[in-house]
Design a protein. Sequence first.
Length: 216
Amino acid sequence: MPSTLQIVIGNRNYSSWSLRAWLAVQRSNLPCDEVFIPLNRPETEAALRIHSPSLLVPVLKMDGATVWDSLAIIETLAELAPDAGIWPADQYTRAVARSVCAEMHSGFYRLRRDMPMDLRASRPGEQHTEGAVADAKRIIARWADCRARFGAGGPFLFGEWSAADIMYAPVVGRFRTYGVPADAETKAYMDAVWDQPDMAAWVAAAVSEPYVIETV
């Protein structure tokens, strides 16, 4: 177990990848210091050069080692805290959860491009490009499949709060901001994510954050 952990994040209102890593830290229950770097400011690049090999956030630092990708951070924390429930316990279920997370990590580009995360905003009906809507429909179908097959133990994709929900938490924010149409089951899942205590704490901090970045 490392003697020190540090998570480097960007703006809570805009940085979807920071949100994922931070939620994983909270799920791990490991003590972790936080470094905040405001993005899109004159001093941002110099600050990132101190902490991030990719010049991006988030970054997890532990006893001199650096992990600079959100999914790698989740995997690292799962290894450090194997009993924290970051991944489902069952091997097959865990494999599906990893696939779902990897799909989010590398896919749904049009949704991420056309509906950037902005937790403070309310823009129903905006940014509904053909590509973003198609991605949203695929995501909703994936959520429904996970809930039907693995969700009996709770309100989340695999029952209990896990890495899968953490990876899709920013998508819930996007759906809320841009008013993506959703059926009752999808709305129930989105509400569960939005009300999850760590997510709610992040959103509250995002609302009070003073920084503004133009997203659309």
